[in-house]
Design a protein around this ligand. Sequence first.
Ligand code: GLU
Length: 490
Amino acid sequence: MERVRFAPSPTGPLHIGGLRTALFNYLYARKHKGVFILRVEDTDQNRKVEGSEDYIHESLKWCNIQPDEDPIRGGAYGPYRQSERREIYAQYIKELINNGKAYYAFDSNEELAFARTEAEKAKGAFKYNAYNRSEFKNSLTLSDEACTKLLQDGNYVVRLKVDADQEVVSSDLVRGIVRVNSNELEDKILMKKDGMPTYHFANVVDDHLMKITTVIRGEEWLPSLPIHQLLYDAFGWEAPQFMHLPLILNPSGKGKLSKRDGDKNGYPVFPMSWNESSGYKEKGFIPEAHINYIAQLGWSLGEKEILSLKEMEETFDVNAVQKGGARFDYEKAKWVNQQHLATLSVEELIKNYSSYFEELKMAVGGQLNAAIELIKERLVLLSDIEKESKCFINDPADYDAKSLKRIAKIDVSKVGALLTEGIKNNELGELKDFMQKSSEENDIGLGAFMQVLRVAVVGSLSGPNLIPLLTVIGKDVTLRRLDRLISEQS
Ligand code: GLU
């Protein structure tokens, strides 16, 4: 049974990268008929941000990729919040210390800062490791008595004892075998002074205890992999499989996708609003489209790019996950949204997004479905509904200057008069035939009729299919709008 987990730290809203990790875990679980877990990694009390755990739950809910086990639903391997698992970590850290795989270190921040400055002066980066740990204050260098005394003060950390000159071999589903010499690593802190575990320690203990079979996470965690491997080895546990997802790059392809770039260029980086930043939801994206686009950040879907969640669950393929960075493309994200909106039926649109149609419904009443049918194909975002509904609700506020220019050569009063007669004496649905005939009789291009009518009704030369639009708004409204154009433009 495959078990995967999404393990965010509640330090702020869920970023596109975090949502992508959650989605790939979800898809992997569904594809393998496994279990998707949400574990909240909240051991760093200083970085914890109020409201972010709720935000994570809400976002996953909006995207319809909800966990099978999490802090709220519970499950057989809880608690699912690391801050509630302190006793578990305390027990496992003892095991490592007793086996000589970890040790206590009592160095003060000042002492470490001094060592760091000295190292930087001499040869570069400071590492607390097999080559210099004998110069520091720790349970490997101090006597038992001294240690016991210092331990009573509670002012200590626990470090992993990384042996020198070892080849640490781990494996990644996307990158293959990853080899690192242990001399490049350091004796990472596993337990902090406040008694809380560090990310590395809690992460490995929990992945083991929660029976995680595959760890799927962002590439930024790849450098941590050798440390995690050493921890698994230290415990004598079998490590899960790992899959590190490629970085998500800015649209320019230079550098990581950032909130700053999003703010500057007008695209969100969060699924839903967070403080004053709006998210994809508020921008008018529908969740099925948003995750379909997010899925494409690192997973090449092949020819068929527009997939429902169900289809993605069936086709998700680890082998199609790319190594290289995935470039974010807001225009593509909108295009995917447009494709998904087009596949929704009018009934589904009304059912799921009724609040967007309130004004339109008041204006057209029983013609609501017909009106939505007309604007549906013009929508890129749900937020376009307001703009596209306007011609059904109000007479044009003013006429678009460019469109007026394009009809400047037409004799608006003559075409307008013919149209007025035609509308009065024909069913709106038959207006096209009338215009055709009148165009031939009067030797005026059919386009002139269409353009005058469109500018009169919509205010510009764009807008939904004209004749069906007229049948929704009716003869009175059509004539009123036409009258106004004639009187203003003749
Ligand atoms: N808590 C880490 C994060 O915030 C989890 C990394 C992992 O999945 O191992 O992304």
